[in-house]
Design a protein around this ligand. Structure first.
Ligand code: PAF
Length: 294
């Protein structure tokens, strides 16, 4: 092509301007094989769809670090310990696609279940101590399913970077352990929690909240802020005990509220670098949130 009488050199990166959508592993792999992977960094943003600005922020961060950003949308059945939760999981594929196009995402991979799993497939990964505490305790089998699908996606895409939200902090630690155990050469990034203007952490599940529940859901963020503001003023036990009063409401069912070490997620009693993690059902919707301390 001639532009201003000069032969325009082919810029492979400009060719990735439009969202490419793949539904099969083979078609995605065929596309990836056309790339010069010695020169191109690939960033992966795994999601289960029902995208919101939290996911889009991951795409934006990926775009800053990588030449090609690949988002995946796959509602992974093996990580749901509750069938109803899986069936009710919001699906907004067309809107998701538009958001990804707007964000400048390069590739979307959205396979169906049969594409990702053989019937009766077995996955046994030793998640370790993180499997039995906090999320692991309340959602048995959840991290087996998460590691199973994330390993498959890593193996398929072979990304240089992968981006996850800090909202699922324990998930990030579990995936980091898996990447280490399998010696995967992938830079993992936990990206900041994106909140609504009133403080509620963005989540695909938020659209299930009715008006009353939406109002009550603010207690999670209010409680975390209270803990952050008062951290170090009394013992951690006392602080958590006081903060539990934020959940005294018939619409709220607190599952856990704990101040823990940022790596082991074991409770800590001293004042130092920590994280406070909370999980609470608001009506029929389960929400989680967290905040770094101090
Ligand atoms: O965080 C999520 O949305 C999911 O757990 C993930 C990482 C996409 C795996 O299904």
């Amino acid at each position: 092509m001639l532009i201003n009488n000069k032969l325009a050199t082919f810029d492979p990166l400009k060719a990735f301007k439009f969202l490419k959508v793949f539904n099969t592993k083979k078609s995605l792999r065929t596309y990836l094989d056309t790339l010069d992977l010695k020169k191109i960094n690939i960033g992966l943003v795994p999601t289960m769809g029902a995208l919101h600005l939290g996911h889009i922020s991951l795409v934006e961060i990926a775009k800053q670090h990588c030449d090609i950003t690949i988002a995946t949308i796959f509602v992974n059945p093996t990580q749901f310990n509750n069938t109803e939760d899986l069936l009710k999981y919001p699906k907004t594929f067309e809107e998701d696609k538009q958001l990804l196009i707007k964000a400048g995402c390069d590739v979307l991979f959205s396979p169906d279940v049969e594409e990702m799993y053989q019937p009766n497939e077995v996955w046994e990964y030793e998640v370790g101590a993180l499997n039995t505490i906090l999320e692991g305790k309340f959602r048995p089998g959840h991290y087996q399913g998460v590691t199973q699908i994330v390993y498959k996606l890593f193996d398929l895409v072979k990304p240089d970077y992968a981006f996850f939200g800090q909202k699922d902090y324990q998930q990030f630690l579990v995936i980091s352990k898996m990447a280490k155990d399998f010696d995967l050469n992938i830079h993992l990034r936990a990206c900041p929690i994106i909140r609504e203007a009133d403080g509620l952490a963005m989540s695909s599940r938020n659209i299930r909240l009715n008006a009353k529940e939406r109002e009550k859901s603010l207690q999670l963020h209010k409680c975390l802020q209270y803990i952050k503001q008062n951290y170090g003023n009394c013992t951690n036990n006392q602080l958590v005990l006081d903060a539990k009063s934020f959940f005294e409401d018939e619409l709220l069912a607190l599952e856990y509220l704990e101040i823990v070490d940022r790596e082991s997620l074991q409770p800590i009693s001293n004042f130092g670098d920590a994280i406070v993690l909370v999980a609470c059902s608001v009506g029929a919707t389960r929400l989680i949130d967290n905040m770094m301390l101090p």
